[in-house]
Write a protein that binds this ligand. Structure first.
Ligand SMILES: *Cc1c(COP(=O)(O)O)cnc(C)c1O
Length: 422
């Protein structure tokens, strides 16, 4: 079956899209801009701009420190409970705090403390480097006795489930992977891996940075032990918005954070000199949360809850499939190859297109074509598909403008020397 390559068809798909109206719930100033980087920094929900202005004025400006007693102290847990509904977690298991990297560190250290006799950590080379640095830091702090096994992808984009299972043994303390990997968008079979790790007595920590708000996540059903993820990507929480963390109820009585701070203490305002951990998820908080940023992410999360993850996933797969079809037809002949699995069950919500001159093509898209994807070494142009506001026309325009960069040789206008932020 050949695909309809016309712009008219993209516009027809937009007309049939039941989520199309949500696009207008976001702040837009440039109707020509094709924003394909919502998996790095989500757009600004229109309501967030108003909410933040109101919070700053009323809660900080007027009520001042009294706001701590009204809604600020509970905010990390309250917003966490909303995120919990997006990741299949029952109440009392999710909190907002710190950055993703810091949460991963707290959770990985917690897991390693719960498995003192074991020395192996299983992860993969597809993981986000910060996750790997964090693990190296854990091993370093714990005296260097832990060995980090990094599984290699078979085809540059995925590690087979069986290869993960084969790596898990009786010496494995922790298995930690990105559920959806940041370069290729490959999605792991989290439930199978979690179950098997448990059979071997290992604990599992999932990084949900590229999953939350884009694919169904069922932490309780998977039996996950720990999880953490970003809120500034698909949740549209804003630049530097704090991350979230999950600790399974079954572990909460024993699991400890490695960073003992007063916000994780049983009674922070008793100012006791000896630390006693708070009951429940609260013990994984450290110090004063960035209140404005925690509250600023709430409208974005509310929008996701309003739609529901099933509908978001359905549209995401329609968009990524359409993108892959167009890329096969129009870009493959120009030297692009697909850096993302074709199987829908193995795909998150972005599509990587690989090209030997990917870096300069990406520069030309941003500087000359008003398309914003991003670039990940060595040759991946990542097109983030954010089902809540990406349109089928955006997909069509992306492919059309990528083709123009090549046919008009616009990539040659740029140097291949890398800029600081790509
Ligand atoms: C974006 C991302 C991070 C970012 O971590 P920060 O601490 O928020 O900078 C970590 N892990 C993965 C898998 C990511 O995609």
């Amino acid at each position: 079956m050949s695909i309809d390559l016309t712009l008219a068809y993209a516009l027809q798909l937009d007309q049939q899209d039941e989520l199309a109206a949500y696009r207008t719930r976001f702040y837009h100033t440039d109707s020509d801009l094709v924003y394909m980087d919502g998996n790095s920094l989500g757009r600004l929900p229109a309501h967030t701009a108003e909410r933040v202005a109101q919070i700053v004025r009323d809660e900080w400006g007027e009520k001042l420190i009294r706001s701590w007693g009204i809604n600020w102290f509970q905010a990390p847990i309250q917003v966490g409970e909303k995120i919990a509904r997006l990741v299949g977690a029952g109440i009392g298991q999710v909190a907002v705090s710190d950055s993703t990297t810091i949460n991963l560190y707290k959770l990985a250290m917690s897991a390693l403390m719960l498995r003192p006799g074991r020395t192996k950590i299983v992860t993969d080379t597809l993981n986000f480097p910060s996750d790997l640095y964090m693990l190296q830091g854990c091993s370093h702090v714990l005296g260097g006795k832990h060995r980090i096994q990094m599984l290699e992808p078979v085809d540059g984009m995925r590690v087979e489930t069986q290869a993960v299972l084969d790596a898990i043994d009786e010496d494995t303390a922790l298995v930690t992977l990105s559920h959806v990997v940041f370069k290729s968008g490959y999605m792991y079979d989290a439930k199978t891996i979690t179950n098997y790790a448990h059979q071997k007595g290992a604990l599992v920590l999932w990084d949900l940075s590229h999953s939350v708000g884009s694919v169904p996540v069922e932490l309780d059903d998977w039996g996950a032990d720990f999880a953490a993820g970003c809120t500034y990507k698909y949740l549209n929480g804003g630049p530097g918005a704090p991350a979230f963390l999950y600790v399974n109820n079954a572990l909460q009585a024993q699991a400890l954070s490695p960073i003992w701070g007063w916000f994780g203490e049983r009674a922070p305002f008793s100012f006791e000199l000896e630390y006693a951990p708070a009951a429940g998820i609260q013990r994984f908080l450290c110090g004063t949360p960035p209140v404005l940023s925690v509250l600023a992410m709430e409208p974005g999360v509310d929008l996701m809850l309003e739609i529901g993850i099933e509908r978001l996933r359905k549209k995401s797969l329609q968009l990524t499939s359409y993108l892959i079809d167009l890329a096969d037809a129009r870009l493959a002949p120009l030297g692009f190859s697909l850096g993302t699995p074709r199987e829908t069950a193995q795909r998150g919500s972005h599509v990587s297109l690989r090209h030997p001159d990917g870096y300069r093509i990406n520069r030309a898209l941003i500087e000359e074509m008003n398309v914003i994807p991003d670039f990940r070494e060595p040759d991946n142009i990542r097109l983030g598909v954010t089902p809540i506001y990406t349109s089928f026309k955006d997909i069509w325009e992306s492919v059309d403008r990528i083709e123009k960069v090549i046919t008009e040789k616009r990539n040659l206008h740029f140097s291949a020397a890398r800029q600081t932020v790509t």
